[in-house]
Design a protein around this ligand. Structure first.
Ligand SMILES: Cc1cc2nc3c(=O)[nH]c(=O)nc-3n(C[C@H](O)[C@H](O)[C@H](O)COP(=O)(O)O)c2cc1C
Length: 404
C-alpha cells in the first residue's frame, strides 16, 4: 500500500495536511499555537482580532457542556474576540512565522468600520500572515458603523453587506488570499456564498458557532452562561453541529467556484473524511481540540492516511466532493424497498427500550411480553430504524433489505 501524501492546497496556499485549528481559545496565545504546530497541525486561525478588543467586561469567555464529561455533545460560548488587541498580535504572528515556516498562520479579523477592516488586513499581511479569515459570523453579532438597513445582526446574514466587507478586505490585501467565514444562520446560505464570491474572496469557511440560547438558570431566569444574572445568545459548537456544517458545505459546493474550508463538529478522521467527500478542501477543528488536546492530530492523520491507503487514494484532493452525486431530493429516493428490523436476541439485554420507542414513537411493530423478549411484527415493521437508534447494545439491531 502506498502511503498517501496528505498535503493540500487551499485557495492557493499549500498546507502539510488538511487540518487547521479554527479561531478559538487554543489559538489565542503564541505558546499554545507553538505547541499545536509541534504536535503536527498544518495551520492555525488566530482567534478573531479587532482594533478594540472585547466589547464589554460583561462578555467574558465562558463555556458550559450540555453533558459534562466524555460524551460532551456541544459547547456553548459567549467568547467573542481574542484577549489581545490586533496591535499586540502582530509581533506574535512574525514570531510564529520565523519559528514555523512550514506551517500556516491565518489571522481572523473583525472590524467595526471600513478603515478597521482595511487596516487589519494590511497589518496582518505586513506581520507575515499567510492568509486572512474575515470573520463575519459571530453569533453575538457583528455589524458595521453607519449600516442600518441590514438583515439580521451578523454581517453574513446580509448579502449586500457581506459583499461589501469582503471587497474591503480583499482590496486591502496585496499578496495574500482573503477568505470569509460565514454563518449557517440564514434562510439560504447559497446567497451569502455568492456574495462572498462576488466580493472577490479566495475561499469560504463555514460554519461558525450556531446561535442559540443554551438554557436558563431557573434561580434567576438568566440565559446560560449567566454573567451576573444576565445571559445572551450563545454559540453552539462541537459534535452536535456537524450535521449543520456538512449540510452547509453540501449546499454551497456547486454554487460557487471558490474552495471551502469545512468546520463544525470534527472529532475523528471519519468526520474529516465526510467533510472532504461533501466538498470541503481544507478542514478546521475547534471543540475537538479543546476537548481532546492538540494530540488529536495523531488520530486524524493516522486514521485518514490509513483509510486513504486502503481505498486507493493518494491525495485528499481526490476525495473532494465525491459524495455530491449521492445527494438527492427525498422524493428521488427509493421508498418502495422493503426493509425490516432484525434483533439479535443473543446480544439483547431485554431492556425494552426498542419496544417502548416503537410502540409510542414509530409503528407499534415490536411485541414484548412478560418474558421481555422483543419480537418484530413483520407486517407492521417498515424498517424505519428507530429501534436501532435507541438500542444501547452496539450492533444488536440492524435493518435488513428483504425486497428491493
Ligand atoms: C470558546 C470558543 C470561542 C470561539 N471564538 C471564535 C472566534 O473568536 N472567531 C471565530 O471566527 N470563531 C470562533 N469560534 C468558532 C470556531 O472557530 C468554530 O467555527 C466552531 O467552534 C465550530 O467548530 P467546532 O465544532 O470544531 O468547534 C469559537 C468557538 C469556541 C468554542
Amino acid at each position: 500500500m502506498t502511503k498517501p501524501d496528505l498535503n493540500i492546497d487551499f485557495a492557493g496556499v499549500q498546507f502539510i495536511n488538511p487540518f487547521i485549528i479554527a479561531a478559538s481559545p487554543p489559538t489565542d496565545s503564541r505558546e499554545m499555537i507553538a505547541r499545536a504546530f509541534e504536535a503536527g497541525w498544518a495551520g492555525v486561525v488566530i482567534k478573531t482580532v479587532s482594533p478594540v478588543g472585547n466589547y464589554s467586561p460583561l462578555v467574558f469567555p465562558m463555556m458550559a457542556g450540555w453533558q459534562p464529561g466524555a460524551n460532551l455533545t456541544a459547547l456553548h460560548n459567549i467568547d467573542l474576540l481574542s484577549d489581545k488587541l490586533a496591535d499586540e498580535w502582530m509581533e506574535d504572528v512574525a514570531w510564529l512565522k520565523r519559528r514555523f515556516p512550514q506551517q500556516r498562520v491565518i489571522v481572523s479579523i473583525v472590524g467595526e468600520s471600513e478603515s478597521d477592516w482595511r487596516q487589519l488586513v494590511q497589518q496582518s499581511e505586513q506581520a507575515g500572515a499567510d492568509m486572512i479569515e474575515a470573520s463575519i459570523s459571530c453569533p453575538q453579532g457583528s455589524m458595521v458603523e453607519g449600516e442600518s438597513d441590514v438583515d439580521g445582526w451578523m454581517i453574513s446574514q446580509d448579502a449586500r453587506l457581506t459583499e461589501k466587507v469582503t471587497r474591503w478586505s480583499v482590496e486591502a490585501a496585496q499578496h495574500i488570499p482573503v477568505y470569509v467565514k460565514i454563518t449557517s444562520g440564514v434562510t439560504d446560505i447559497r446567497q451569502i456564498a455568492r456574495a462572498v464570491e462576488r466580493g472577490g474572496a479566495s475561499g469560504i469557511c463555514m460554519i461558525d458557532s450556531v446561535e442559540g440560547i443554551m438554557g436558563l438558570d431557573l434561580a434567576t431566569f438568566s440565559p446560560l452562561p449567566s454573567v451576573r444574572g444576565y445571559g445572551s445568545h450563545s454559540g453552539m459548537t462541537g459534535r452536535a453541529i456537524k450535521p449543520i456544517g456538512l449540510r452547509c458545505v453540501a449546499d454551497v459546493v456547486g454554487t460557487v467556484k471558490i474552495p471551502i474550508a469545512g468546520v463544525g463538529g470534527i472529532y475523528t478522521w471519519r468526520d474529516a473524511l465526510e467533510y472532504l467527500l461533501l466538498g470541503a478542501s481544507a478542514l478546521q477543528v475547534c471543540t475537538g481540540v479543546m476537548h481532546k488536546g492538540f494530540g488529536l492530530i495523531d488520530q486524524l492523520l493516522n486514521g485518514m492516511g490509513r483509510w486513504m491507503a486502503e481505498n486507493g487514494y493518494e491525495r485528499p484532493s481526490q476525495l473532494v466532493g465525491l459524495a455530491q452525486p449521492r445527494i438527492k431530493g427525498v422524493e428521488e429516493l427509493s421508498p418502495r424497498d422493503r426493509v425490516l428490523s432484525r434483533i439479535d436476541l443473543d446480544a439483547c439485554i431485554h431492556c425494552g427500550l426498542c419496544y417502548v420507542a416503537c410502540r409510542d414513537g414509530a409503528h407499534m411493530a415490536i411485541r414484548f411480553g412478560e418474558e421481555r423478549i422483543p419480537l418484530v411484527d413483520e407486517e407492521r415493521c417498515v424498517g424505519c430504524g428507530f429501534c436501532a437508534s435507541v438500542c444501547p447494545v452496539p450492533a444488536c439491531i440492524h435493518m435488513e433489505l428483504v425486497d428491493a
